[in-house]
Design a protein around this ligand. Structure first.
Ligand code: ATP
Ligand code: MG
Length: 414
């Protein structure tokens, strides 16, 4: 048996807390895994930003990336490393770059998901480019915004077709507000989307590889209270939980997003996904608090599985198998969704992953449980809190987040 080391790189931005917790837990696990005739050990370090030669080798087997969606040098280094060095990365960088909210709506509508009625508007104003006038003069049709509003029906949401972070989102209740919102939208290309209203439950389902967790979400609460601590069984039954998992994993496998979250609202017993192009979602303890240990553990499991087994990265998204199932319109949607989720389970190697965790990561629960009680864990929470909160609130909020993590620990033991 040869001793080999698999290298996991953390490609980070303003992340403070989860990388510390991840590194500490992997260190404490001190893995030495018998795999394929080798003894495999894990080494974790942080990816640095520097000039690179396109032919230089990459030392990592897996990269957990937080930069692709906004820092292009890291994104391009990752692309090179996938193409030339066989890197496995969370998430597929081409898919992050190309597939915005709009594409995700279209694709999942075609798969049959009950996405609310959505339409796109040409923008109110433009950058003055040389070809603009002749193009618009010849082809832009005058349209009646009032008629569009009446056709879609109020209330509705106006939001950027490629949005994120609640930027440019407004709720619209009548024609006057619609006209004002369009006036204010400037150069942004906007969707109008029928509101799911009234809804009786709002969830975020986070997917990391084949793992998911469903959290009730309260968009009206302050940032640190939006992810509620409600027990799952109090707001969704088992069938609904399965539907939400199947939905999330279908989206994530379709787009090659190992780490993504899906927002869905329930109205009259139907779950409507409304926002699910969130590759690399919020991972901060200051928003996830009670759910933060789940995220760190899910990251540890999936990255170690991919590194040890040298999981092959899918460079192509290959949508055809999903569309073949979608074409069977006489099959009820829930059955088609199950079939999509089966493709997701193949792509995420769910059965093999679960077996791997059972064999090799048995003590992760214990190690994480102990770690999240330590001063190192508390200090990591404090560092993130200090980066976001005014100085006089740091101690109180650190206490609050750490207490919620202790609640998670107590319940994990119950
Ligand atoms: N069709 C809808 N029905 C009801 N509420 C909606 C709808 N679309 C958006 N919203 C509300 O507006 C919020 C922001 O919309 P959305 O999530 O699509 O935008 P975003 O910019 O991606 O926001 P974030 O990054 O916070 O998720 C949602 O969390 C929800 O509260
Ligand atoms: Mg959202």
């Amino acid at each position: 048996m040869a001793d080999v080391t698999r290298r996991i790189g953390l490609s980070l931005g303003a992340d403070i807390c989860w990388p510390i917790c991840y590194e500490e837990i992997v260190k404490k696990l001190d893995l030495n895994i018998a795999h394929g005739g080798d003894n495999v050990r894990i080494h974790v370090d942080r990816v640095t930003i520097e000039p690179f030669d396109l032919r230089q080798p990459c030392k990592y087997d897996v990269v957990l990336d937080r930069l692709t969606h906004w820092y292009h040098v890291s994104r391009e280094w990752i692309k090179k490393a996938i193409l030339m060095d066989g890197l496995y990365v969370l998430n597929n960088p081409w898919s992050v770059q190309a597939n915005e909210k709009h594409t995700s709506y279209c694709a999942m509508m075609q798969l049959g998901m009950p996405i609310p009625e959505t339409l796109m508007l040409p923008p109110k104003s433009y950058e003055d480019l040389p070809d603009l006038k002749p193009t618009l003069k010849q082809y832009a049709k005058l349209f009646d915004l009032g008629a569009i509003g009446r056709q879609l029906g109020y209330p509705m949401f106006m939001k950027p077709y490629d949005g994120g972070g609640w930027k440019g989102v407004s709720r619209i209740d009548n024609e006057q507000k619609l006209r004002q919102a369009y006036e204010d939208s400037g150069k942004l290309v906007m969707h109008l989307q029928k509101a799911v209203d009234p809804f009786d439950c709002f969830i975020r389902c986070i997917g990391l590889g084949p793992q998911t967790t469903i959290v009730r979400y309260d968009p009206s609460a302050p940032l640190h209270d939006r992810y509620t601590m409600d027990q799952q069984k109090t707001f969704v039954n088992d069938d609904e939980a399965q539907l939400l998992r199947d939905t999330t994993l279908t989206i994530n496998a379709f787009f090659g997003w190992d780490f993504n979250s899906c927002e869905a609202l329930r109205k009259d017993g139907v779950w409507h996904p409304i926002d699910f192009a969130n590759p690399c979602p919020d991972s901060q303890v200051t928003s996830l608090h009670y759910h933060f240990p789940w995220l760190v553990k899910a990251n540890v499991r999936w990255s170690i599985y991919c590194a040890v087994t040298k999981k092959k990265f899918r460079k192509n998204l290959d949508w055809a198998p999903f569309y073949e199932i979608a074409a069977e319109r006489n099959v009820p949607y829930r059955e088609r969704l199950r079939a999509y989720a089966k493709i997701a389970a193949e792509r995420f190697e769910t059965a093999r992953f679960e077996e791997f965790c059972h064999q090799h990561l048995k003590n992760l629960d214990e190690v994480a449980h102990e770690f999240f009680a330590t001063p190192v864990a508390r200090d990591a929470v404090k560092k993130k809190t200090a980066a976001l909160f005014p100085a006089h609130e740091v101690e109180a909020f650190t206490d609050l987040f750490f207490k919620r993590i202790q609640k998670w620990r107590a319940e994990a033991r119950a």
